[in-house]
Design a protein around this ligand. Structure first.
Ligand code: ATP
Ligand code: MG
Length: 343
């Protein structure tokens, strides 16, 4: 209904009401008000239609048109607008209350975050320092006084060093994980091919004595945080290197393909793999599918990889079978920056 239609309907309805004031003619006024709201017309439009109708009818009806009747019809037609106004006021109050609740929650979260930061600070400084002392002294005991210790005492000292070393690794892993959650995410063009080579370079020490064919294929340019993406690749590649340890000739493939308009990057290996039935919480913290005797590790790497991918708005998943290698796939929200290139 536009303004002209409202004015015409209003004149008609008012005429009927003046001819016979009844529930149904008042109901028509109410209906007009409701339609005016639905069509986006305002109370001013209704009042204008009312004035227009009165001017037309006054000439035709003269004294039949009493003040009371005019007003009643107008009030009735403004009823829905009044209700809507009340609705808005109520909605505004609800929004205000919600806003206050959110502000309170934000303050609580900020507080919790602050506590977490203090905890991290404590871990990285005080706890790490004490641990270094344990490590340092047990190593001194081993190297300087090893000869004076009985074999049983020597084994105890060895256990202390190993335990402290593992704990230091765990603390470093947890700190990295916390840093990824808190760090500001940069979004820059990143060449995954160059980054994969760089990540492999970081893992050089783990390649000594190993025969590994590494294939880099169709790796794209993406938009993302180069530091975080490097950590993601380092973790996936470190796993690929570690879990192919028993292979005479290991093969690691880093590639990508497009599916449903999405670029999917993957790291594939021909290592020991794992049983998919046991991999439900694979990306959870401290989840390990192989024992520490078989393969060393803290179970933080994939949790870290998962967090990096999540922070980019992407997904990560795996496909594997026992004894048949594993493939880790991931997407990054804006992985379609340009077409892939081969090396
Ligand atoms: N490429 C892979 N092949 C076979 N199993 C894998 C592979 N990658 C991960 N896994 C399984 O998933 C588990 C979790 O991996 P994750 O990287 O989180 O921990 P980790 O390598 O054991 O220790 P960390 O990375 O913290 O040193 C591993 O312990 C292993 O059981
Ligand atoms: Mg790992």
């Amino acid at each position: 209904m536009n303004r002209a239609e409202l004015a015409a309907s209003y004149t008609d309805a008012l005429r009927n009401y003046i001819a016979k004031a009844s529930e149904s003619t008042l109901e028509r006024a109410y209906e007009l008000g409701r339609q005016a709201i639905e069509s986006g017309l305002s109370s001013t439009d209704i009042v204008a239609a009312h004035h227009h109708a009165l001017r037309t009818l006054e000439l035709a009806l003269g004294s039949e048109l009493t003040q009371g009747r005019k007003e009643r019809f107008l009030i009735e037609s403004l009823g829905p607008l009044e209700m809507t106004r009340h609705g808005y006021i109520q909605a505004n109050r609800d929004l205000q209350r919600l806003f206050e609740e959110i502000s309170e929650r934000t303050a609580e979260l900020e507080n919790a975050n602050y506590e977490l930061e203090s905890f991290n600070y404590y871990i990285s400084h005080d706890l790490r320092t004490s641990l270094q002392a344990v490590l340092g002294f047990s190593r001194t005991l081993e190297s300087h006084f090893g000869g004076e210790l009985s074999p049983a005492a020597y084994r105890c000292v060895e256990q202390i060093s190993n335990g402290a070393g593992q704990m230091a690794e765990l603390i470093d892993g947890l700190l990295s994980l916390a840093q990824i959650g808190g760090a500001r995410l940069e979004r820059r063009p990143v060449d995954i091919d160059a980054l994969a080579h760089k990540a492999m370079g970081q893992l050089e020490t783990q390649l000594t004595g190993r025969k590994i064919d590494v294939v880099y294929e169709d790796l794209p340019l993406v938009r993302g945080d180069p530091v975080l993406l490097e950590r993601l690749l380092v973790n996936l590649l470190a796993n690929a290197i570690k879990f192919t340890g028993s292979r005479k000739r290991a093969k690691i493939e880093i590639g990508s393909f497009e599916q449903d308009g999405e670029r999917i990057i993957f790291v594939r290996d021909n290592g020991v793999g794992f049983d998919m039935k046991r991999a439900r919480r694979l990306f959870g913290l401290f989840v390990r599918l192989h024992s520490a005797e078989e393969f060393e590790g803290t179970g933080i790497g994939l949790a870290l990889a998962n967090r990096v991918v999540a922070r980019h708005g992407g997904r990560i998943w795996a496909e594997a079978a026992t004894g048949k290698g594993a493939t880790f796939y991931f997407t990054l929200e804006k992985a379609k920056l340009s077409s892939p290139h081969s090396t």
